[in-house]
Design a protein around this ligand. Structure first.
Ligand code: FMN
Length: 203
């Protein structure tokens, strides 16, 4: 069973979360995670001004995905940084190229799930995931979240991402904070959970 983890990451936070999601998927017997990035849409000089060139370079080992890989996957877990409370434009552009898959119903009945990142604690983590779900529903995905069985989302002893909608990480005002162990554990849980549900859907 092939679980595609498709993401965009500008500064590496979602990249790190994606690796933890993959660990979770690979922990389920018979499931195999495939990591893919969506194509960059910003010109190099803009990325340079945004201070993103070095972190972008560090992620090049993960291949850029194609629309066809969505259709071939048994389940898809999407990762995106918040942009004004929504998914990033790179992910939007990729999804807007899936009209043919929609016309064919190629994604109908697959498990689909979303994880996210934002700079601030209340800067749109939940709205990003929930608004992403709208596209997944139009494509016929069966939405999978992060149930409270992952109890780490209830902790009060530290600031943490994670909600019933999906794993998330808080990057800090200038992106200085990398995902905490609790947030990575949420990502692993989500990977395991999606793979387990996908196994039932494809049985
Ligand atoms: C154009 C733009 C809009 C953003 N909007 C928000 C926002 O609404 N709320 C927030 O907390 N962070 C916002 N951010 C910060 C990003 O979400 C943050 O850089 C990202 O989550 C880090 O993940 P990454 O390293 O994987 O790219 C924004 C960043 C950019 C460049």
């Amino acid at each position: 069973m092939n679980v595609l983890i498709l993401y965009y990451s500008m500064y590496g936070h979602i990249h790190k979360m994606a690796q933890a999601v993959a660990e979770g998927v690979n922990g389920v017997p018979g499931a195999e995670a495939t990591l893919r990035r969506v194509p960059e849409t910003l010109p190099k000089d803009v990325l340079e001004k945004m201070g993103a060139l070095e972190s972008q370079q560090s992620m090049t080992a993960v291949p850029v995905g194609t629309v066809d890989e969505l259709a071939a996957a048994d389940a898809v877990i999407f990762g995106t940084p918040t942009r004004f409370g929504n998914m990033c434009g790179q992910m939007r552009q990729f999804l807007d190229a899936t009209g043919q898959l929609w016309a064919e119903g190629a994604l109908v009945g697959k498990a689909g799930s979303v994880f996210a990142s934002s700079n601030t604690q209340h800067g749109g983590q939940e709205s990003t995931i929930l608004s992403f779900h709208i596209t997944l529903l139009h494509q016929g995905f069966v939405i999978v979240g992060l149930p409270y069985a992952f109890q780490g989302q209830m902790r009060m002893d530290e600031i943490t991402g994670g909600s019933p909608y999906g794993a998330s990480t808080i990057a800090g005002g200038s992106g200085e904070r990398m995902p905490s162990e609790n947030e990575l554990e949420a990502a692993r849980f989500q990977g395991r959970h999606v793979a387990a549900i996908a196994a039932k859907l494809t049985a």
